[in-house]
Design a protein around this ligand. Structure first.
Ligand code: MRU
Length: 335
């Protein structure tokens, strides 16, 4: 078998470039640390380069991390003498999104069959991501369109768009599908401190799609909901436990509380690869704690007195009873 070469000749993703892709023998990503000011693509030719890109959030978002894990094992098979050890390093690069380990394990399972088979499996994970996200986005749009009349105003958090996947997006994919049907109204997006995925990336994607939107600070989200500005909250997920608890970007839980209080739907859009049946509930999920500098500095400039300590949880747990529905490519789980 010949090792597959370039894939993905065609994409409608940003500027015709996929968020993450495979070219001949290496990975290509859009470097998300540079958005929204410039679209810079980076070639990742070694496992340490990939691990650094994952840790620094140059590639980020649960589905994109799943693809990064899968392509990473293909890269390890082609570029290292010990791909199993390299795969373990990729797997450990970030702990919370289960997709990363899922992508690594899928390709690792094919490695005993040979390197070409492993590369084919990695490319299958890549291509499947596009198809699955479009399917779940349509299903999420169907669900909302059937329950909310007229144009639907939505609040979202972090970035669950094309840039969190290979293309299209999960939560923003649902909004994109509603937009195409003429059923989307206004979208409110949170900044998503401290790394500003909402302010930098979600607003950029919404503008590209021609969707009317407004940026709010994270702490304003519950007031947007309480003031009746939106009909629903739609977010992505990094891991969904067997009992339906949802782990997503820090700041998701207050939105779910506010949505429950206001009596509006709180919808989680995620692929099946985000569902972790092996984890009984949210308390068993490791929440990534990132560096204090991300909180006490802004663009490298200190914003708190010297010596201030910070606790930088990257994710929180939204209990299942606050989640109205989880939408995947296969099902809608109403809880
Ligand atoms: O730290 P990040 O930017 O990787 O966190 C991303 C999120 O929390 C997203 O909401 C989640 O991964 C879903 S992306 C479709």
């Amino acid at each position: 078998m010949v090792i597959p070469r370039t894939v993905s000749a065609r994409t409608d993703n940003h500027g015709g470039v996929r968020t993450i892709d495979w070219q001949s023998d290496h990975i290509v990503i859009i470097d998300q640390t540079r958005l929204p000011h410039e679209i810079v693509t980076r070639e990742l030719r070694t496992v340490p380069e990939l691990v650094t890109a994952i840790r620094s959030l140059a590639v980020r978002g649960a589905p994109a991390l799943g693809v990064a894990g899968a392509l990473g094992v293909a890269l390890a098979a082609l570029s290292t003498a010990d791909p199993v050890t390299a795969a373990a390093e990729i797997r450990a690069a970030r702990p919370t999104a289960v997709n990363l380990a899922w992508g690594v394990d899928r390709v690792l399972a094919k490695l005993p069959l040979g390197i070409p088979e492993a590369v084919v499996e990695a490319i299958t994970v890549l291509e499947d991501d596009v198809r699955l996200n479009r399917t779940l986005a349509e299903r999420g749009a169907d669900w909302l369109a059937a329950r909310v009349p007229g144009r639907i105003n939505v609040h979202t958090h972090c970035n669950a768009g094309a840039l969190a996947c290979v293309e299209w997006g999960t939560a923003l994919g649902v909004l994109r599908s509603l937009h195409e049907r003429g059923r989307l109204g206004h979208v409110y997006a949170d900044e998503t401190r401290p790394l500003l995925q909402g302010a930098r990336i979600t607003t950029w994607e919404l503008a590209e799609m021609g969707i009317e939107h407004t940026l709010v600070v994270d702490s304003a989200g519950p007031s947007v909901i309480a003031n009746g500005l939106v009909h629903a909250v739609v977010v992505g997920a990094d891991r969904i436990a067997a009992n339906g608890d949802v782990v997503n970007k820090i700041g998701t839980y207050p939105l779910a509380l506010a949505a429950a209080r206001a009596g509006i739907p709180f919808i989680v859009a995620a692929p099946e690869s985000t569902v972790d049946e092996a984890t009984p509930d949210g308390s068993a999920i490791q929440i990534e704690v990132r560096s204090e500098e991300e909180v006490i500095e802004f663009a490298g400039v200190p914003i708190a007195p010297e010596g201030t300590r910070a606790l930088n949880y990257a994710f929180d747990v939204t209990p299942a009873d606050l989640v109205t529905a989880i939408v995947t490519e296969e099902r809608v789980i109403e809880q």
